[in-house]
Design a protein around this ligand. Structure first.
Ligand SMILES: *Cc1c(COP(=O)(O)O)cnc(C)c1O
Length: 393
């Protein structure tokens, strides 16, 4: 039945498990352990736990399972494993599948912590990593080899909003039998069709649009039952990256309103892109949903929407960008994204500060770049705020 529902209905109802009290709002099962009726039952459960049979909260918990089932339902896949943070999910999705001697191909434009795992941790473990310009299909083709084990990308990159052609890259990976892992945070579960487009494992930081109200860290790894229960669960449950039941409850509440929030946020992002198009204080405007973005056709085909994030490069570099940031009255200077509150971030000075200058230049992370995550405030108020701030640049 629940597979026939549309996303908005699934976001509110999928995965619900009611206790004997038949509560309306999802219960928080704030327990680390579960009692067995008999020693035989304990033994049987350790041999094989069936769905809705729990052992220990590091392995699974009813509130966490509700979140996992709801996420799998909206993503259109069989299963999921919830994690303590988005990075626990990225790390788990890679470590569960890779061994020393394996080869990985990844896109170069990545969130700083994702880049750290691909660039520093994996090579240290004896995994060979080739990074490519993710927009260039020829570069993917040249880098993917007969022995490539796994392909990793952010479907829309942070902070320069480059778009990966998910269908084409997945097809190339599958030709050599490689697993495709996509970090889909910027695309959001609302606009995601990546499972259909060929991705095997989808990763989200739930900290972003899923919570969407800046309360808790969380993440999830989604895919087929075989990959999640066969590979991901054993790695995650023994290495301790589990999501807490309280966090799962926050995320369930977040999911109820996610579609409404994300659509309002993207409407503001699109209207802001129109208002900023050709603005004299900007050297560059980057919004995938705007006709000026070189991959506008691709993003509309892939997601049907340009998303909630917009980046702009202020003329005059760091000083001008900082003057604009300091003049904001509604938008907050912070580094989360997908939040109900509009957030402005200077990536070169903050989230991507660690990158050497030549890497920043290669990725287009210029000193004047401001990344905006549009919130759910009144669109016109937010646009007015950003336009007045740019006057100070
Ligand atoms: C935030 C983010 C992460 C990490 O998520 P946390 O919940 O902060 O650990 C990973 N990938 C992308 C693209 C992100 O934006």
């Amino acid at each position: 039945m629940s597979n026939e529902w549309n996303t908005r209905t699934k976001l509110v109802h999928s995965g619900s498990k009611r206790s004997q009290w038949n509560e309306v709002s999802e219960a928080i099962f704030l327990t680390q352990g579960f009692v067995y009726d008999t020693a035989e039952q304990a033994e049987a459960r350790f041999i094989k736990a069936e769905p809705d049979e729990y052992i220990y909260a590091r392995y699974g918990n009813p509130t966490v399972a509700m979140f996992e089932e709801r996420m799998a339902a909206i993503e259109g896949c069989e299963d999921g494993f919830a994690t303590a943070s988005g990075m626990a999910a990225v790390n788990g999705a890679l470590m569960a599948f890779l061994s020393a001697g394996d080869h990985v191909v990844g896109s170069r434009a990545l969130f700083g912590s994702c880049l750290y795992i691909l660039d520093e941790v994996l090579p240290r473990m004896g995994v060979e990593v080739t990074l490519v310009d993710g927009r260039d299909l020829d570069a993917w083709k040249a880098a993917i080899r007969a022995d490539t084990k796994l392909v990793f990308f952010e479907t829309i990159s942070n902070p320069t909003l480059e778009v990966i052609d998910v269908t084409s890259v997945s097809a190339m990976a599958h030709e050599v039998g490689a697993i495709v892992v996509a970090d889909n945070v910027f695309a959001t579960p609302v606009y995601s069709q990546v499972i259909e487009q060929g991705v095997d494992i989808v990763v989200y930081s739930a900290t972003k649009h899923i919570d969407g109200q800046g309360r808790a860290l969380g993440g999830i790894i989604l895919g087929s039952h075989e990959l999640i229960r066969g590979k991901v669960e054993p790695y995650m449950k023994h290495t301790g990256g589990a999501m807490s039941p309280f966090t799962a409850w926050i995320m369930l509440k977040g999911l109820e309103t996610m579609d409404l929030r994300v659509r309002a946020q993207s409407t503001t992002a699109a209207a802001l892109a129109e208002a900023l198009d050709g603005h004299p204080k900007l050297a560059r405007l980057i919004y995938p949903g705007h006709a000026s973005h070189p991959q506008n056709d691709l993003v509309m085909r892939q997601m049907g929407n340009g998303g909630t994030m917009l980046s702009m490069d202020v003329k005059g570099g760091k000083e001008a960008a900082f003057r604009a940031l300091n003049a904001l009255k509604i938008a907050l200077i912070s580094n989360n994204l997908g939040d109900a509150k509009t957030i402005a971030t200077p990536p070169a000075a903050t989230t991507h500060q660690r990158l050497p200058d030549d890497q920043k230049q290669l990725l287009g992370i210029t000193p004047g770049l401001i990344r905006l995550s549009l919130g759910i405030e009144d669109s016109q108020d937010v646009i007015t705020d950003i336009l007045q701030a740019l006057e100070h640049a």
